[in-house]
Design a protein around this ligand. Sequence first.
Ligand code: MN
Length: 201
Amino acid sequence: MALSLPDLPYDYAALEPTIDEQTMRIHHDKHHQAYVDNANKALEGTEWADKDAGEILESLDSLPEEIRAAVRNNVGGHVNHTFFWEIMGPDGGGAPSGALATAIDETFEGFDALKTAVNDAGVKRFGSGWTWLVSDGGSLAVMSTANQDSPISEGKTPILGIDVWEHAYYLKYQNKRPDYLAAWWDVVNWEEVAKRFEQAS
Ligand code: MN
């Protein structure tokens, strides 16, 4: 089955004022759609066409060289954006709770320190990419990736991630990536993040 663009789990304007409606429309309908289309184009007619997208990202080294870069960028783009829409929400923000909060306290000396680490990694990512909180063999860690590279390809499980491509923030925040990152935490859906943490633990 070819990959398809998932519907946003909320209205385009639902993340206002943190993320504006126009950015969400272009980001989801144009950018994410393009990753889906280009991924399908690259995979079509290969034995990988019916594989799970996450499995493909785990096995990039096994892909034929002539499609590897296109798959890495576009299946990565599809998986990263699907994840991104799900871990945001209109009733987001606040602080994590439960086992996730405990793990964050133990690993980073608290939620504020985690936020600082994730935002710093996002600010320092030169060009386009993502900043992540991942589970690395059961331990939490902060990392960033270039372009549409996924932590999945490094054997890590994304728990939370922020898109720092200019297309994610430029209309509202222009060149001020740090302002976008600081504001982003108002739309994080902790319930969904905690679900991913539990699945990875
Ligand atoms: Mn994006």
